[in-house]
Design a protein around this ligand. Structure first.
Ligand code: PLP
Length: 478
């Protein structure tokens, strides 16, 4: 953990223990520097992290103060629920069309700002490979995919402490193909699967396509994942597979702690259930260490781990993979009947790029940029969102998941903002089975400027209008 994160964590604990009361001043930057022995910039970074988390606020030239703890805790219903027939694809289709136009501000997009992902070295290598005849030959890129690329990916697992060989890896066209083929290999129509209550719409689409019945686990307000509801679902239903996202979750942003992951692994073994883990944002952490995937905790080969280069080098690379282990063969069979193989040209260029340590440098730069931007958006929204709204700052990725009062409908806000050429992602896409739709996801990977600030003002204004038009509680009649 970085020194600034450690300091932020200690200060957060002290605020929670009420060492300082709301509106009391924290030690000045200079005092904190002397107290902690850390540099001024490290201390400033820690204070800014607390500010982005809404725990402190800055007063001009006066210092940092403890914020009011007025943020209501979400009402929390720990029930699991069953959805027998999922229908979401059409809504996702129309939503994606609606935000695709070039003049729509892309706060609804699932992908980071392409400018941040642009990588000159990778482009040069791609251009070089594009000129070689061999780059288009399919032989080495057929399932399970380019051998050198699989070795590089396997090494990345080993470096994080997991046993892995290139035979475990199948290269796919993006993570979406890896996830879909894994689910197809493990289920039959009518089977029960577990999803998180709020989850990437691709999971709902996959359930729709394969005719699966979905059990949802409620979103835990503190830990992100509700272990007891998970266990209850495993006891109550004949679950075949879980599709979970535990690192930098889309849309909510949290990363589940290692104790919970360890317990999930035990439960998978106990109930003989497989897990398909969607881990496409794992590289976008702001902490020093990459969060561990479930594969790390899995001692009984129950986990299929899926990821890609879409969120780090660009969605257009369309190269992903699944650490499929014993299911490698089944997945390759399905791949042969669908896309055949991922692009040989891009697989070859990636091998060259990843072999020369360019990627780590690119990732470090990308993480720094995303962290700065996320803090900037948080700072603005903390000050300008109506008081009844809330969101958490998670130190990874580029999404903010904003909770509005329960009576607000984020789909209506999305429709209104579209008329101002502003895109956002309403919660209907992520939790279609839920009665209340009072959340929205915001992509904050675009550089702050006047146009962005104006759009954020417009967003706050639409939310305020939506709150104003909420039905007022009726006054008791006399
Ligand atoms: C959570 C999640 N999983 C998977 C994907 C698909 O990734 P890929 O572009 O690599 O297919 C996305 C894309 O937005 C995503 O947000």
């Amino acid at each position: 953990m970085y020194k600034s994160e450690l300091l932020a964590q200690n200060l957060r604990q002290m605020i929670e223990n009420e060492v300082w009361k709301p509106h009391e001043k924290l030690p000045s930057l200079r005092e904190q520097t002397q107290l902690s022995g850390l540099s001024l910039i490290t201390v400033l970074n820690a204070y800014q992290t607390l500010e982005a988390q809404g725990l402190v606020y800055a007063k001009n030239k006066s210092g940092f103060y403890v914020a009011e703890r007025s943020r209501q805790k979400p009402s929390y219903n720990a029930e699991v629920s069953l959805k027998k027939a999922v229908q979401i694809n059409s809504a996702v289709f129309h939503y994606l069309k609606s935000i695709q136009a070039e003049d729509i501000l892309p706060f609804g997009s699932a992908f980071p700002n392409p400018e941040l992902l642009y990588n000159q070295k990778f482009m040069q290598l791609l251009a070089q490979h594009a000129k070689r005849k061999n780059s288009y030959l399919n032989s080495d890129s057929m399932p399970p995919g380019n051998l050198a690329l699989r070795k590089i990916i396997a090494n990345r697992y080993i470096l994080q402490g997991m046993p892995c060989t290139y035979d475990d890896i199948v290269i796919t066209s993006g993570a979406l193909e890896a996830l879909n083929l894994s689910l197809q290999a493990l289920t039959h129509p009518g089977d029960y699967i577990i999803l998180q209550q709020s989850v990437f719409y691709g999971a709902w689409q996959a359930a729709e396509r394969l005719g699966l019945q979905v059990i949802t686990i409620p979103d835990h307000p503190q830990h992100g994942f509700d272990l007891s509801a998970f266990e209850q679902a495993l006891k109550q239903y004949p679950i075949k597979v879980c599709w979970l996202m535990l690192n930098c979750q889309n849309p909510m942003g949290f990363t589940v702690n290692d104790h919970i992951k360890e317990r999930i692994a035990d439960l998978l073994h106990e109930y003989q259930v497989y897990l398909i883990e969607d881990d496409v944002y794992a590289e976008l952490h702001f902490d020093q260490h990459k969060p561990l995937p479930m594969t790390y905790f899995d001692r009984h080969q129950r986990v299929l781990h899926c990821s890609s280069f879409s969120k780090t080098l660009g969605m257009g690379t369309r190269i992903g993979w699944v650490h499929a282990g014993q299911f490698s063969d089944a997945i390759q069979h399905l791949q042969l009947m669908s896309t055949l193989s991922a692009s040989p040209l891009i697989q070859n260029a990636l091998v060259d790029y990843l072999s020369h340590h360019h990627y780590e440098k690119h990732l470090r730069h990308l993480r720094r940029q995303l962290e700065k931007l996320k803090k900037k958006y948080c700072q603005f929204l903390k000050q300008n969102l109506p008081a009844m709204c809330e969101f958490d700052y998670h130190p990874s990725g580029y999404f903010l998941w904003i909770r509005l009062p329960e009576q607000c409908d984020s789909f209506k806000i999305y429709e209104e903002l579209l008329s101002f050429k502003i895109g956002i992602a309403p919660s209907l896409l992520f939790r279609p089975e839920h009665g209340t739709q009072n959340f929205l996801r915001l992509n904050c990977s675009y550089p702050w400027n006047d146009a962005i600030e104006h759009a954020m003002d417009q967003l706050c204004c639409c939310i305020e209008n939506s709150i104003q038009s909420m039905p007022k509680p009726s006054s008791p009649s006399g």
